[in-house]
Design a protein. Structure first.
Length: 476
């Protein structure tokens, strides 16, 4: 069973009794942190560092000379064991566990019921980093990265926002309005003044901005965002920004969980995923949802797999929005054909063998009948066929009937760009059989043309392409 993940919390220790067992330099560091949090600290040990003794003389902590004794846990909220003696640490952990006290044994994740994270301190803004004890060095490196990202003035900025909270709340009844005002505050002139160390000017600037801000509710809008094929790294920066500003996200089945995880935490997420054949939410219902949320003044992101304008019905959606007077934007995404080709090492065009590429969809028999097969069967071009797995045999038969050689290389890329990606490589004649034998399922993209053969040699992502039938499983 995989270890359960830790549940992150920030604790309010002001005025609460905490026991530290151990009187050396490690204990001293822990005490320093606890004092910053306003805890009422008692330290028990046979001897103490000069600093610990000094704090005790100033009345900031109390010292108990002697050995750890379970009685000392009485009335405490937290315990930290920081002795150099593993036996004592284990004894503290066991006694605290019996009393249901949260315990940290320094550098011993197994004995600890809570861990102290690596922190980036911009109090009151604090970023805590933990690997649940799995890789403390990694946590430290991540902390250093974040440390570089966050300007030292952010703490002062957070404190300023706290001072103005009541007045800002009073000015904007609407939550969305308030959030947008604060977003501007944290990124604009006020933030800049705080950064430059001019707190007075910053305060004046907040007052001015509050004065001139328009408090009437804003109109909602819709951004159609292409989420790409699955790998979250392929999302555009603009798409990421839209996801971070969204109030509501309507997302499709093909949108990867990793992409969705990048969105603003408290954005409402609505799954309108469509299964081929079994529509979870009809197109009309999606239109109605977009309209209702936008009319309520929300920022809606309509998040679609790949690119919104490539077999994604994005055109219909903005026609609808325009007809209803809703403002919209479109952020392109990396479409499946581009991503699958790249991640399979198959260049879609190639000076020697393919001068053009066509994006085709073939999701049902009726759509197959309306395609210009003579044109599709022409040489020196690449076909990228969306939604083609089910109709693979029919596609092959028609291409061959219109003159494409059965030996034309062809590839199927299943779950392109995801960790589950599989590539099946063959030719027009063999591919339907290989696809059956490997049980290739949707989403998969079919690439037909001489370029497909290059995948055998140029592949770089995930497992090597499958070119033959899987070995038969032995019957027991
Ligand atoms: N708008 C999307 C396409 C939607 S149609 C885009 O631009 O990519 C759905 C089809 O796209 C699927 O049936 C499949 O053929 C293809 N597809 C989408 N994501 C894919 C992926 N990660 N791997 C392989 N094919 C994919």
């Amino acid at each position: 069973m995989p270890a359960a993940r830790l549940y992150p919390i920030f604790t309010q220790l002001a005025g609460r009794a905490v026991l530290v067992v151990g009187g050396g330099s490690v204990a001293e560091r822990k005490v320093a942190g606890l004092l910053e949090a306003g805890a009422e600290v008692a330290v028990i040990a046979p001897d103490f560092t000069p600093q610990l003794s000094a704090w005790a003389e100033n009345g900031r902590i109390s010292l108990i000379s002697g050995k750890f004794d379970e009685e000392q846990l009485e009335r405490r909220w937290l315990v930290i064991a920081a002795t150099a003696d593993p036996g004592v640490n284990a004894q503290v952990a066991a006694a605290a566990e019996r009393r249901r006290l949260w315990t940290n044994v320094v550098d011993d994740a197994a004995l600890s019921s809570f861990q102290v994270p690596a922190v980036v301190d911009r109090a009151p803004l604090v970023v805590a980093v933990s690997t649940a004890g799995a890789a403390p060095v990694l946590a430290r490196l991540v902390r250093e990265k974040i440390e570089r990202l966050l300007d030292p003035s952010l703490g002062a900025l957070a404190a300023l926002a706290d001072r103005w909270r009541g007045r800002i709340r009073g000015r904007f009844a609407d939550l969305g309005q308030r959030r947008r005002f604060l977003e501007r505050l944290f990124q604009g002139r006020v933030a800049e003044l705080v950064r430059r160390g001019q707190p007075g000017a910053a305060e004046a600037s907040v007052a001015r901005e509050l004065d001139v801000a328009d408090a009437s509710p804003t109109a909602g809008s819709v951004v159609l965002v292409g989420a790409g094929p699955g790998d979250a790294g392929l999302l555009t920066l603009k798409g990421l920004r839209a996801l971070n500003e969204a109030d509501v996200i309507l997302y499709d089945r093909l949108v990867g969980a990793d992409v969705l995880a990048l969105a603003r935490r408290d954005a409402e997420r609505i799954d309108v995923g469509k299964q081929a054949g079994a529509h979870a939410t009809s197109q009309e219902a999606i239109h109605a949802l977009m309209l209702a949320h936008a009319r309520a003044g929300r920022r809606v992101v309509r998040l679609k797999g790949g690119d919104p304008f490539v077999f994604g019905r994005g055109g219909e959606e903005i026609e609808f929005l325009q007809a209803h007077g809703i403002a919209y934007e479109v952020v392109p995404g990396v479409t499946a054909a581009l991503a699958c080709a790249a991640y399979a090492g198959i260049p879609l065009t190639h000076r020697d063998v393919a001068q053009s590429v066509r994006f085709v969809t073939a999701h049902c028999k009726a759509s197959l009948d309306t395609l210009d097969w003579a044109a599709l069967a022409a040489e020196r071009q690449t076909l990228a066929v969306y939604m083609g797995v089910a109709g693979l045999e029919r596609i092959r038969d028609r291409l061959v009937a219109h003159g494409r050689a059965p030996t034309t290389p062809a590839a199927l890329v299943e779950n392109g760009s995801r960790t589950t990606q599989r590539v099946v490589l063959g030719d027009l004649a063999s591919l339907p059989r290989l696809a059956r034998e490997h049980a290739v399922a949707s989403p998969a993209l079919l690439i037909v043309g001489e370029v497909a053969a290059l995948g055998a040699q140029l592949h770089w992502f995930g497992a090597a392409p499958l070119t033959a039938a899987p070995p038969l499983a032995c019957a027991a």
